[in-house]
Structures are given as C-alpha cells and as structure tokens.
Design a protein around this ligand. Structure first.
Ligand code: UD1
Length: 376
C-alpha cells in the first residue's frame, strides 16, 4: 500500500516547536505507513531564529527550503505561495499540515486549498494546528492569517476549548474540529531535561539570582517610537529592583537603532535571540516574564511562571483564566500593576489547561492518519 505522504510546513521561529511533536509522533508510531516531508519556507533564516531550533528540537534538516527571506507582507506571502505551489506539484502529498499564524501558514494554506493535482485525490487535505485562536484584533497580521487559514482548512486541530467555540461561532462544521491539546507544550516537556544542561545562566551571570525575562517584537509595540519609549520606561522602573534579561529580536534591534533608543544598561541586560533550550532554561528560572509573544504566554502557564503580556488583547485567554498570564496593556502604569497581579496570581496557584499534557503530537498524528475523507 502506498504510504500516506504528510508534508509539514514551518517558516518562522514559533513554528518549529509546533511541528516537532508531530514529526516525532509520526516517526515513532506511524513510520511504516506514513512518509513525512518537512518544508521550511525560509521566512526566518538567521541561525539563531531557525537552524538552532532544528538542532535543539532534534529535527532533521528540512527536506525543502524555499528561502523566501524577509519582505513586505504581500511580497513575502507571494514568494511563499509560488515556491510552495512548485513543491506541491512535484511532491503531490496527501496531507499538508500548517501550524500557527505566521505569513507562511496562511500562504501555504491558500496554495493547498486551491492546488489542482490530477489523479484520485485532486488536492491534499489541509490540516491547521493551533486553529481557532482569536484576538479579535484585525490590525494584527496574525489575526488575518488565522481567519484565512481556518476558513479554508479541512481539519482544524485546536489547543483549547475556547478555540472550538470560536470556530463553531464562525460556522465551521463541528466534524472538522478536533480538540487535541497543545503541541508546543509537548516540546517544552520533552526538552526541559536537555535545557537543564545549558550553561546560559552562568554565561549571563544570572545563575542563582532573581531576574525577569523580557521579550518584545510585536510590530504594534516596537514599530511605534512613542509606545516603545513608554515600554522601555516601565522596564527601567522594574529594573531598579530586579535585573532584566532582554534577548533582542532582529525587528526590535532594527527599530531601536532607527529611533536612536537605548534599551540596555541600568539593570537591563541585552543579548542576541536565544536558542530554544536556552530560552526554556531562562524562562523556567525567571522570577517573572514580560512579553508580547503569543507562545510565551502558553509556555509560562505550563511552567507556572508569572507572565505579564504587554498587549491590549490576547488570542490565548485560557492562559489568563487558568494560567499565570495577566493582560497588562502597554502603559507604564498598566505594566507595573500587571506585574504585581501576575505575582499574586502565581502565589495563589494556577493550573495547566486541559490536554497540555505532552501528548498532543500523538493525538495530531492519530487525527491525520485517520482522516480518510480526503477532499474530493
Ligand atoms: C514573525 C511573525 C510573528 C511571529 C514572529 C516570531 C508574521 C506576520 N509574523 O514576525 O507572528 O511572532 O515572526 O519571531 O508572520 N529578521 C532577521 N532574521 C530573521 C528573520 C527576520 O533579521 O531570521 C528581521 C528582518 O529585518 C525582518 C524582521 O526581522 O524584516 C521581521 O521579520 P518577519 O518574519 O517579517 O516578521 P517577525 O517580526 O519576525
């Protein structure tokens, strides 16, 4: 019997820890009847944003790299689409899996939904992992990517129950939706032991000392000089009491330089972006985390570390209702109040959401291999 050809797509840093558990599960439990291909779009390309993650997650090098690089939204999306169309026409997979909400996710979903392959299956089944998250903020490029991808996917694999509710409210047929849990937490749990062996805390002089971890890269925060200035003022105030570690995303670095702003010094330690294991270690040992990332809201909830989200909204409300996350906004006052509240929350006790149990990859693999009803 012909093996089921599954194509896993990843493009940007937050994708790699989401495809890894699916890859491991298909390799370990279905290798005799499933063939897996990894396609990297090249949306992220610096070693620190990409190759280091493949190494830390023990993923093989991608079978294909489209090498699209950085560009405007339209240009980047278009480059992914034309490169990915060629890959589909050549490889003719049965299933395409896209994860998360980056430009590569939506671009590859669009191509898969419209490709015309001849033969018994005219196009591959399109599965979206992390479906149904909604910030309801359409100024976020990621929200557009989520809406587009979910609207055209055949199988919508969700990380939390509220995502199922969102999808049903948008008219997605319930039989397309599967609540499978959070694969990013599989990667976290599996890699914690390896992360403990990192020397990053010693290297940065943070071992055994209280510190807060900060990540900042969202265009709404770093592309606006006034807002960035306000956030930096809050960081400086917090750093008077607790040293802060800020791994600087390339976008943020470019904006700091363009606006002539200094983020480091006075208790704030700037470093280059950290690889996956290093990041896990510094997150787990931190007294608290200040972030505008999506994934870190979930990782801190899984680790029980206080998280202050520097945004007005979140597509991950389960991390607030059940986990350690507090939505603080982006004013100096809001951030300081958010930090106090997140610490209170953690002291009072939080819980890890349903099915964030390290086995989401297995459930996703089972859903993919059981998806007999491929689109006609
Ligand atoms: C992208 C995702 C965002 C995700 C983030 C994680 C979209 C719309 N956004 O945002 O959801 O949270 O990745 O990092 O898909 N750059 C480098 N090296 C790299 C990659 C980028 O220097 O390897 C620089 C380039 O100057 C680029 C800028 O960073 O223009 C932004 O990169 P881009 O992929 O466009 O968006 P991110 O802000 O990283």
């Amino acid at each position: 019997m012909k093996p089921l050809d599954v194509l896993l797509v990843a493009g940007a840093r937050p994708n790699f820890m989401k495809i890894a558990p699916i890859y491991w599960a298909l390799r370990d439990h279905a290798a005799d009847h499933v063939r897996v291909t990894i396609v990297h779009t090249g949306q992220h390309y610096d070693a620190r944003m990409s190759d280091d993650f493949f190494r830390d997650l023990r993923l093989p090098a991608p079978d294909v790299n489209l090498g699209v690089g950085s560009a405007s939204h339209a240009e980047q999306t278009a480059r992914v689409m034309s490169g990915f169309e060629r890959v589909l026409l050549k490889r003719r997979p049965d299933v395409v899996v896209v994860v998360g909400d980056v430009n590569s996710t939506a671009a590859c979903a669009l191509v898969t939904a419209k490709i015309e392959l001849d033969g018994p299956r005219r196009r591959p089944l399109l599965a979206h992992v992390e479906a149904g998250l909604r910030s309801r903020d359409r100024t976020m490029p990621e929200e557009i990517n989520r809406l587009v991808t979910d609207a055209i996917s055949d199988l919508l694999l969700t990380t939390c129950r509220d995502a199922d509710d969102n999808l049903r409210a948008e008219g997605i047929a319930p039989d397309k939706i599967r609540f499978v849990g959070n694969p990013m937490i599989d990667s976290l749990r599996r890699c914690l032991a390896d992360a403990a062996g990192c020397s990053v805390l010693e290297r940065l002089g943070l071992a055994g000392r209280g510190y807060g971890l900060v990540t900042l890269h969202r265009p709404s925060n770093v592309d606006d000089p006034e807002r960035l200035r306000e956030i930096l003022a809050a960081l400086r105030e917090i750093a008077r009491e607790t040293r802060l570690l800020l791994p600087v995303h390339p976008r943020t670095q470019a904006r700091l330089e363009r606006f002539g702003l200094a983020a480091g010094g006075e208790g704030i330690v700037l470093v280059e972006p950290l690889a996956y294991l290093e990041m896990l270690q510094v997150m787990q040992a931190a007294s608290f985390v200040l972030t505008d990332s999506g994934g870190i809201q979930e990782e801190t909830t899984a680790l029980g570390v206080a998280c202050v989200t520097l945004r007005e909204n979140t597509e991950r409300p389960v991390t607030i209702h059940e986990g350690t996350n507090v939505l603080a906004g982006v004013t100096r006052r809001g951030i300081l109040a958010g930090l106090a509240e997140a610490r209170r929350k953690v002291a009072a006790g939080t819980r890890v959401p349903e099915l964030w149990d390290g086995r989401a990859g297995e459930r996703i693999a089972a859903a993919l291999t059981a998806a007999e009803e491929l689109p006609a």
